[in-house]
Design a protein around this ligand. Structure first.
Ligand SMILES: C[S@@+](CC[C@H](N)C(=O)[O-])C[C@H]1O[C@@H](n2cnc3c(N)ncnc32)[C@H](O)[C@@H]1O
Length: 213
């Protein structure tokens, strides 16, 4: 679902950029990647996250996709020729990613999933395109943040089948993503880093990780 004007103003603001700096620093501290990875960013918006991904993770190639052609245009304008050499842009829906199975070393989702009605399908698609051992870096928000008494009047999101923390964690396991590292603000949102496992192995991988911690 495309953003309404209020949210568009926020995500295109310096405040969002400052928050995104903190998020990418946390991702890198938890799970750095070797340079030269194939990386996908879903729901890339105006491209601020893409610039940070290039600077922090030095991908061989970064694929940017968003449902909204206006956002893809903004991202193309935001990223100068240094970045454009390693970046491809694509308008598309996160529920049907136009990429081959197991083609990505990592996928980023900075706050797009709660905009998708069929969010489980999107998560399944993300897992499908990740290689085994590939990394999913995720920032997400809960309905108590974006659909409370005030925010439901000023923001536009799908209203049915919204995920809470446990539902999101369970859905990751179901698509073979072991969400090993999380930082959660109760009832507001979550930063997570997950690893794509072999089929049916995510729950065991999570248990192993907890035992090690
Ligand atoms: C809240 S904005 C986040 C933008 C950017 N990632 C950021 O963190 O600033 C969510 C983005 O997801 C995109 N989006 C929403 N539904 C989508 C879908 N089904 N498939 C792909 N992108 C989607 C929106 O157009 C928007 O650019």
């Amino acid at each position: 679902m495309k953003l309404n004007l209020t949210e568009r103003l926020f995500v295109n603001s310096p405040i969002r950029l400052a928050i995104q700096h903190l998020e990418i620093n946390w991702f890198q501290s938890i799970m750095p990647l070797e340079a030269g990875a194939q990386i996908l960013e879903i729901g890339c918006g105006r491209g601020a996250g893409a610039k940070l991904i290039v600077e922090h993770f030095q991908p061989a190639h970064l694929y940017l996709m968003d449902l909204d052609p206006a956002m893809i245009q903004k991202a193309s304008d935001y990223l100068n020729s240094t970045y454009q050499r390693m970046v491809s842009f694509c308008v598309g829906n996160a529920t049907a990613l136009p990429f081959a199975d197991q083609s990505m070393d990592a996928a980023f989702g900075f706050g797009y999933l709660h905009h998708v009605l069929a969010w489980r399908n999107s998560l399944r698609e993300t897992a499908r395109v990740l290689k085994i051992g590939g990394v999913y870096y995720m920032v997400e928000y809960y309905p108590s943040l974006y659909q409370n008494f005030i925010t439901k009047r000023i923001l536009a999101h799908p209203e049915r089948d919204r995920f809470t923390s446990q539902e999101l964690r369970d859905a990751c396991i179901e698509v073979d993503i072991a969400l090993n590292h999380t930082f959660e603000l109760k009832r507001l949102g979550i930063l997570g880093v997950g690893i794509k496992t072999e089929k049916g192995a995510a729950a065991d991988a999570l248990t192993e990780c907890r035992l090690k911690i």
